[in-house]
Design a protein around this ligand. Structure first.
Ligand SMILES: [Zn+2]
Length: 391
């Protein structure tokens, strides 16, 4: 039987999934407490209705929830299904990340395919954990931001700025084209003013950070240096924030009400610190599509359970640094980031031309603006009918 040889892969998949469940459990605490400005560590987990502390064994991710069928052991109050979905979702997200980036090396980064049968041994070497934990942090930040936004219509800066800081630090420690040596960049012929030429573009080395700037890199921040990593992360964060702020008025002109908040800008800023500037830019577009799909799902669910939906939004206190919005864009935006990020190894090479050509980039920005305006106009229609009148 040769399955035994694959035991390390199975073992690490189970470990990573379990880690995801545990982090998901922690994210639930963040999601439940942060919007109320409560401490994350004190007091221990307790029932929101009777304030009885939740037993350690009942607090085991997923199993605790399922065993008591999502109810409080003391008073029988029903806990939100969100507790279960965030835990399972984080577990699945971590597993998917580990499969894609470590076991299958989805991005095709040289030397980043875990060879447990050969050179790497049964324990993945540090570079794999660095890559996985770095991106798992972003994934956790996106899940927390999306879930809080869905429930409270805010994206707390505590989540986005904290995670963004990890993104910048990781960028400094793993500068492009890490883990490839800086010499890998020498494959690009020098003195090219642009990287868009087909035969040259294919040779742009991939790293944990995507391609950094237009054309040749600056002498001040050579490839593989911490300055390059810092610039890459900071430019990514800046563009992520800017792209939301710039399109804010496009969207709101179409939507007629405030729909995009600075929290959405913070969400893409956070993603940009990890993924560079190209992915957040594109995520706005994929995020708008995802938000539209979610909106359709939401209206379907609304019709089936109007009371539950009403209760959850009425009991929400207005607190936090950002004013609540009518429509949560965060969940759609977070999905957009993940989709774009995972599609990047396929999308990236196809989009080298627009991303490395100024005129095309400008046209693309205009197109995205108009697209968002159209999407916003489309979303305006169902919202104009008072939902209480529908039933
Ligand atoms: Zn209770």
């Amino acid at each position: 039987m040769d399955w035994w040889f694959h035991f390390p892969a199975v073992f690490w998949c189970v470990t990573v999934f379990t880690l995801g469940l545990m982090i998901g459990s922690f994210l639930n605490v963040v999601i439940a407490r942060l919007p109320y400005e409560k401490s994350l560590v004190w007091p221990s987990s307790r029932c929101f209705a009777c304030y009885q502390p939740i037993r350690l064994t009942d607090n085991i991710p997923v199993l605790g929830f399922l065993r008591l069928r999502g109810r409080c052991r003391a008073c029988g109050a029903t806990f939100s299904a969100r507790y279960l979905w965030v835990e399972v979702g984080t577990g699945v997200a971590f597993l998917a990340l580990f499969l894609a980036e470590v076991l299958f090396n989805w991005s095709g980064i040289p030397g980043m395919k875990y060879n447990y049968l050969g050179a790497d041994g049964a324990f993945p070497p540090a570079r794999f954990w660095a890559l996985f934990l770095y991106h798992a942090t972003l994934m956790s930040g996106l899940i927390a931001a999306a879930a809080i936004d869905a429930e409270h219509r805010i994206i707390p800066a505590q989540v986005t700025y904290t995670v963004m800081t990890v993104g910048v630090i990781g960028g400094v420690l793993m500068p492009w084209p890490w883990p490839q040596p800086a010499a890998a960049v020498d494959a690009i012929p020098p003195h090219f003013t642009s990287w868009i030429l087909d035969d040259v573009a294919g040779k742009i080395p991939v790293g944990v950070q995507p391609w950094p700037f237009w054309g040749p890199t600056f002498d001040a921040a050579p490839p593989g240096s911490w300055k390059m990593g810092l610039l890459n992360s900071v430019i990514g964060a800046f563009v992520g924030s800017l792209v939301v702020r710039a399109t804010k008025w496009f969207f709101e002109t179409g939507f007629g009400r405030e729909a995009l908040g600075l929290g959405d800008a913070d969400l893409l800023m956070m993603a940009g610190a990890f993924l560079g500037w190209q992915i957040p830019m594109l995520s706005l577009f994929t995020g708008a599509v995802a938000a539209l799909v979610l909106k359709v799902f939401e209206s379907v669910c609304w019709n089936s359970a109007p009371a539950a939906r009403q209760g959850s939004s009425a009991g929400t206190p207005v607190s936090g640094p950002v004013q609540p919005r009518e429509l949560p864009f965060g969940p759609g935006l977070a999905i957009g980031v993940v989709v774009t990020w995972f599609a990047w190894p396929w999308l990236g090479p196809k989009l080298q031309f627009p991303f490395f050509d100024g005129t095309t980039m400008l046209m693309l920005c205009g197109f995205m603006g108009v697209g968002l305006l159209a999407a916003a106009l489309f979303m305006r229609r169902p919202a104009e009918t008072p939902l209480t009148a529908v039933k």
